[in-house]
Design a protein around this ligand. Structure first.
Ligand code: GUN
Length: 281
C-alpha cells in the first residue's frame, strides 16, 4: 500500500533542488540573493528555527546574515537595525523572528520592514494585497500547506477546507489561499461551538492552534486530508495539533510532526527570497 503520510522533507528537497538551479543562474549574472534574519532574545525554539533558516540558505547558495540581538534591546534600536537592512543592497529579504519581547510593538517592527523585502508576507501592504487577491509575498507556512495539499494530486476546488486557528501568521492567510483555490472555507477558533461536528465536515483539515493532539480521530471524516501546522513540545518531544497515530488511519493523506509542514515553511522562505532578489534587479 502506498503511504498516506505526506513527506514534507522530501517535497522540500525537490523544491530546493529547483531553487538551487535558480540561484546558480543568478550567480552567472553575478547576482546572489541575500536574506537577513533577526532574532531578539534567547528563546531556544526560536534560535533553532533561525539557525535552520540560515543553514537552508547556505545550502542552496543564498547569502545570509543572522543578527542575534539581546532581550533588552529597545524598539528604537531594533527599528534602526531594520532601516540599515532596508538600505543594504546585499539583502533582498528581511525576517524578524516572532514573537518579540512584550515591550516591543511587533506590528510597528513588521511595518518598518520594506514591503519589497518582506519575505514573511506579514507587512500590512502584503497582507492587504493577499486579501484583495493581488500578487504579493505569501506567508511561508500557509503557502507551504497549500503546496503540500496540491502535491498529493488532489485539488482544493469545491472542497470544504476547515481551518482551526485564526492567527495572522497561519489561520487567516491559509483560509484566504484556500479560497483562491476555489475551496469552501470554514475558520474555527477557541470560541467555536460544536468544533468536532464542523471539523468532521472537512474534506481538508488544517490545524494551526498550538494545542497538542487536540484533533482526534472521531473529529475527522474518513478520507480527509489532514495538514498539521502545530509544533508543540511535550516532555521534550515535538507533537502536532493532531493525534497523528489515531488520525493517520482515517485520513487519505496526513502530515507528520516533525517532517511535514515545518520544512516547507523554510522552503517557501527561500523561494520568496529568490523572488525578492529577482524583483530588485
Ligand atoms: N514565528 C513562528 N513562525 C514564524 C514565521 O513564519 N516567521 C517569523 N518571522 N516568525 C515566526
Amino acid at each position: 500500500m502506498m503511504s498516506n503520510i505526506i513527506d514534507g522533507k522530501q517535497v522540500s528537497l525537490e523544491i530546493r533542488d529547483s531553487l538551487t538551479e535558480e540561484v546558480k543562474k543568478l550567480q552567472k549574472q553575478d547576482i546572489q540573493p541575500g536574506l537577513a534574519v533577526v532574532i531578539v532574545g534567547s528563546d531556544p525554539a526560536s534560535q533553532t528555527y533561525v539557525r535552520a533558516k540560515a543553514k537552508a540558505c547556505n545550502n542552496i547558495g543564498i547569502y545570509s546574515e543572522v543578527y542575534e540581538l539581546p532581550e533588552e534591546i529597545t524598539e528604537q534600536q531594533l527599528l534602526e537595525k531594520i532601516d540599515e537592512l532596508n538600505s543594504d543592497m546585499r539583502i533582498h529579504g528581511i525576517l524578524v523572528q516572532l514573537p518579540l519581547p512584550k515591550d516591543i510593538n511587533e506590528q510597528a517592527v513588521i511595518e518598518r520592514i520594506s514591503a519589497d523585502k518582506d519575505v514573511d508576507g506579514f507587512h500590512i501592504l502584503n497582507a492587504g494585497k493577499l486579501l484583495v487577491g493581488q500578487d504579493s509575498y505569501l506567508p511561508c507556512t500557509p503557502a507551504g500547506c497549500i503546496e503540500l495539499i496540491k502535491r498529493t494530486g488532489e485539488t482544493l476546488e469545491g472542497k470544504h477546507v476547515v481551518v482551526i486557528g485564526r492567527s495572522n501568521i497561519v489561520g487567516k492567510p491559509v483560509a484566504l489561499l484556500s479560497l483562491y483555490e476555489n475551496a469552501t472555507v470554514t475558520i474555527c477558533h477557541s470560541r467555536t461551538q460544536n468544533l468536532a461536528e464542523i471539523v468532521k465536515q472537512g474534506d481538508i483539515v488544517i490545524a494551526a492552534v498550538g494545542r497538542p493532539k487536540m484533533i482526534t480521530a472521531d473529529m475527522v471524516k474518513d478520507g480527509a486530508i489532514v495538514i498539521d501546522v502545530g509544533i508543540n513540545r511535550v516532555d521534550g518531544k515535538l507533537v502536532g495539533d493532531v493525534d497523528f497515530e489515531q488520525v493517520k488511519d482515517k485520513a487519505s493523506f496526513i502530515t507528520p510532526v516533525p517532517g511535514g509542514v515545518g520544512p516547507m515553511t523554510i522552503t517557501m522562505l527561500l523561494q520568496n527570497t529568490i523572488v525578492a532578489c529577482k524583483k530588485s534587479v
